[in-house]
Design a binder for this molecule. Structure first.
Ligand code: AAT
Length: 292
């Protein structure tokens, strides 16, 4: 029998299911946008699930949040203004707050209930909201970006859910166009970009759109996150025309950033070697998504 395993089936990954053993259900609720579930697992700590898809576990959230924040922020000299799209759990904010050069962080999350649930069950992530540089906006990030002033951000981090429902528009061309417009010349965007094992077409589409939209460089990186489908997650990084950005060699290395200020939670996954290595792609990915 399956005991108390929780299985995740989804049309995004047909023919396979992922499972974690449940010790205890901690929260179940339905917001205006999605079903929210928090449970204590046997081996990955607490787990946040939205619409039946694992968004994070306490054990491996470090890999995703650190990569999606530091890949862009370590690729430009002294980032000052940053926008987070989605990211209501606060984990990406926690990572951005390590950067002392940062003066202002906007976050636009559509679902206030995700923030409230995170504050209750994931204090090590929601701690990110305590940073005084953070300004919270509740709403659709696509709409938020349409109203943003031109060139106001050094970096935009798109920490959004899989492209079904309200996050669908966050992988489409009009969204990337408004994002590029809101970035300063030589500014950078980093977007969650699915699994190279499962979603090569989606990745290829995102890359083509971004190549047309961003006039600097466009690169694909990936990292191991065991509880995401197929165990890996990708990141699409792009820069606008202006001072060139060499994503492969971080100009603002984390080792310097971290040395400057001590945090109660150390960086667990990301370092400069991982940063550069993340851009090395398997041969089939190179061929299928032609990123180089
Ligand atoms: N750091 C946790 C990982 C996430 S959370 C994605 C967040 O994006 C959710 O809180 C969701 O409410 C929010 N979101 C979705 N659409 C929008 C939108 N249009 N505007 C603002 N916020 C939005 C992602 C995990 C990736 C999982 C990979 N399989």
């Amino acid at each position: 029998g399956t005991g108390n395993l929780l299985y995740y089936n989804n049309p995004m990954w047909p023919g396979e299911a992922h499972s974690l053993k449940v010790e205890k259900i901690l929260y179940r609720g339905t917001s205006e946008y999605q079903e929210i579930l928090v449970f204590e697992s046997s081996t990955y700590g607490k787990v946040l699930v939205l619409d039946g898809i694992v968004q994070l576990t306490e054990k491996d959230e470090c890999a995703y949040q650190e990569m999606i924040a530091h890949l862009p922020l370590c690729s430009i000299p002294s980032p000052k203004t940053v926008l987070v799209v989605g990211g209501g759990d606060g984990g990406v904010l926690r990572e951005i707050s390590r950067h002392r050069s940062v003066e202002h962080i906007d976050i636009c999350e559509i679902d206030k209930m995700v923030i409230d649930v995170s504050k209750k069950f994931f204090p090590d992530l929601s701690v990110g909201f305590e940073d005084p540089r953070v300004q919270l906006h509740i709403g659709d990030a696509a709409e938020f970006l349409r109203r943003a002033s031109q060139g106001m951000y050094d970096a935009i981090i798109v920490d959004s859910s899989d492209p079904v429902g309200p996050s669908q528009e966050l992988v489409e061309k009009p969204f990337f166009e408004t994002a590029a417009r809101a970035l300063r010349p030589g500014g950078v965007l980093c977007s969650m970009a699915e699994s190279m094992w499962l979603h090569t077409h989606l990745i290829q589409d995102m890359i083509s759109i971004c190549r047309e939209t961003f006039k600097g460089s466009v690169r694909y990186a990936w990292a191991s996150v065991p509880t995401y489908p197929s165990g890996v997650i990708g990141f699409l990084v792009c820069s606008t025309a202006g001072p060139p950005v060499d994503f492969l060699n971080p100009i603002n290395p984390i080792e310097k950033v971290e040395g400057a200020i001590k945090f109660r939670r150390e960086i667990r996954f990301y370092n400069s070697e991982i940063h550069s290595a993340a851009f090395a792609l398997p041969s089939f990915v190179r061929r299928e998504v032609s990123v180089l």
